[in-house]
Design a protein around this ligand. Structure first.
Ligand SMILES: [Zn+2]
Ligand SMILES: [Zn+2]
Length: 555
């Protein structure tokens, strides 16, 4: 089947194409070069006046794993309230802040997204995370294994074990849990919480292991760099949400010593202590530091107003915010020797000084940072807001007067404390395409995703060029996945399953000897059962497995 997408206005920043009218040809799920004129075209879509981009990629969205299940069970009202009120779903789906797996897949596809990455998979919980992602149709997926508060690694670090053994363990974990990348959450802090520490700053010692978050970050970041994993260490830093944490974040930027790292939901890590309420924006200082640090990429974790549910591996910080839970039913727990988790329902109010300033800080970050290749559009779903607020967020970035209208309605003290009104930048379609497609694809090492060049996977989104960018991005006219039409006028017309992306860096199997002893002594599970097989991922044909090449650095 040869398909022609005719005469659309193409935004494909990875290939230097910015708003050019072009034809795109698709065959066998891939984009091909223009065939000879006599070739028979099976189907032509006339895209005159339409905006064409690659399928969007969300590099940080919590869509699978234990904490999402807890959140769904914790909030039955979230699944009864018919905010969705839709009768035309191809299969059942409910939920607002924490939609069911099916609805998650549909709503992402209906917004033109074709790939989503779960950033906080506990290795001990990998089986469940992959089963839930397998149950999420329409989109490709992948997961980041959480390390850094697990006892095996902390023992290695405390015992000053040689770096090779640490790298072997990191690579082994990626294989065992079928991960594409590695994330560290509150480095060492989740473990320290189990030893009754209630905070752990970058250079503070873990009371039992006597190692610091700085050591943990540098060790893991270097390990991934040596192993040749494309996505750098994904860091949820120390002191999330703590006023004054801007200093910790600036220290973390310096602590990387030029090694590539990704700082996630940076909005939650950009808080100062100025003003009467001792809560202020650190966005300008962070943006200034980031603009000068080409080794660092970030995603924002924008806060949007309304009911949501925070869900994080950071049990230390989730415990601290559990007092602000709305409704009042937080869950905080320890998990195996791996980490912990906290699920805290949250309602962000535009009349609250703190919430309104959080909203403004996220937007300031977007508008002050000058390289969209290193900044990705996220709400840290569902922590800052559910993912389907993205079209509204895009309009806030692209439309200054719309932004200023909303600024008028938020808590006036927060509005006055923010520089947002003075920021006149409006994002271009090119920059949106970089931030939501080309940038995440490059960062995650997805060579044939996020662009529209010859050979790319035919994940393509077609929009009406509506000056109301929220309407435009909420309801794409057409979405193709692997060359198949899956969404028409914002509604799913065909249910497909995406692939799971993994990376498998090389390692020395000798690491399994100490690991087996460790599992036998401390874990509730044997080492052999800890590992996920390929069949568990592709079970019942629910999408394939794509192994990304890794290029280890010479020792
Ligand atoms: Zn996080
Ligand atoms: Zn997150």
């Amino acid at each position: 089947m040869l398909i022609k997408l005719s005469g659309g206005t193409v935004y494909d920043p990875a290939n230097g194409v910015s708003g050019e009218v072009r034809d795109i040809y698709v065959e066998d799920g891939r984009i091909i070069a223009a065939p000879s004129p006599e070739t028979r075209i099976d189907k032509t879509y006339d895209l005159k006046g339409r905006v064409v981009m690659a399928g969007a990629i969300d590099p940080h969205t919590h869509i699978g794993g234990g904490k999402m299940t807890i959140a769904r069970m914790l909030l039955p009202e979230d699944h009864i309230k018919d905010e969705v009120a839709r009768t035309d779903l191809t299969r059942a789906g409910t939920g607002h802040a924490v939609p069911s797996t099916l609805l998650t897949g549909y709503r992402y596809a209906e917004m033109g997204y074709t790939a989503c990455f779960e950033p906080a998979m506990l290795p001990a919980n990998a089986r469940q995370a992959h089963m839930e992602m397998g149950d999420t149709p329409m989109v490709d997926k992948g997961a980041f294994a959480m390390l850094g508060s697990d006892d095996f690694f902390l023992r290695q670090l405390a015992a000053k074990e040689d770096f090779k053994a640490i790298k072997d363990y990191v690579a082994w974990t990626m294989h065992a849990s079928q991960a594409i990348a590695v994330k560290v959450v509150n480095p060492g802090g989740i473990s320290a919480f189990k030893f009754n520490q209630r905070k752990l700053d970058l250079d503070e010692e873990h009371s039992y292991y006597h190692v610091t978050p700085r050591q943990i970050i540098l060790t893991l970041a270097r390990a991934l760099q040596d192993l040749g994993v494309t996505h750098p260490l994904h860091i949820h830093g120390c002191n999330l949400g703590v006023p004054g944490n801007v200093e910790t974040t600036l220290d973390t930027i310096r602590a990387a010593e030029g090694v590539p790292i990704h700082l996630t939901h940076i909005q939650f890590h950009s808080y100062g202590t100025e003003g009467d309420r001792h809560f202020s924006s650190g966005a300008a200082r962070i943006a200034e530091a980031l603009n000068k640090a080409p080794n660092i990429s970030v995603d924002v974790g924008q806060v949007m107003f309304g009911q949501t549910c925070t869900a994080s591996g950071d049990s230390m910080r989730q415990y601290a915010i559990s007092r602000s839970a709305h409704p009042k039913k937080p869950v905080v727990m320890d998990i195996e020797c791996d980490a912990g988790c906290g699920v805290v329902p949250m309602r962000y109010r535009d009349k609250s000084f703190v919430n309104a300033l959080q909203w403004a800080i996220g937007l300031e970050t977007f508008l002050l940072f000058d390289d969209p290749w290193r900044m990705f559009l996220t709400t840290d779903h569902p922590n800052g807001a559910p993912f389907y607020t993205y079209p509204h967020l895009i309009r806030l970035l692209m439309d200054k007067s719309f932004r200023n209208d909303i600024l008028q309605k938020i808590n006036p003290d927060a509005a006055a404390a923010s520089t947002l009104k003075a920021l006149t930048r409006e994002y271009t379609l090119d920059e949106i395409a970089i931030m939501t497609r080309a940038g995440p694809a490059r960062s995650l090492g997805l060579k044939d995703r996020g662009h529209l060049g010859v050979g790319a996977n035919a994940d393509i989104t077609v929009y009406k060029d509506d000056p109301n960018r929220e309407a435009m991005f909420a309801t794409p006219e057409l979405v193709f996945k692997n060359g198949e039409l899956i969404v028409k006028k914002g509604k799913v017309v065909k249910v497909v399953n995406g692939a799971t992306h993994v990376a498998r860096p090389e390692y020395d199997r000798a690491i399994e000897k100490p690991l087996k002893d460790y599992f036998d002594r401390f874990h509730t599970m044997r080492m052999a059962n800890f590992k996920l097989s390929d069949d568990e991922i592709v079970d019942r044909g629910r999408g394939g497995l794509i192994v990304q090449p890794t290029r280890p650095r010479a020792a």
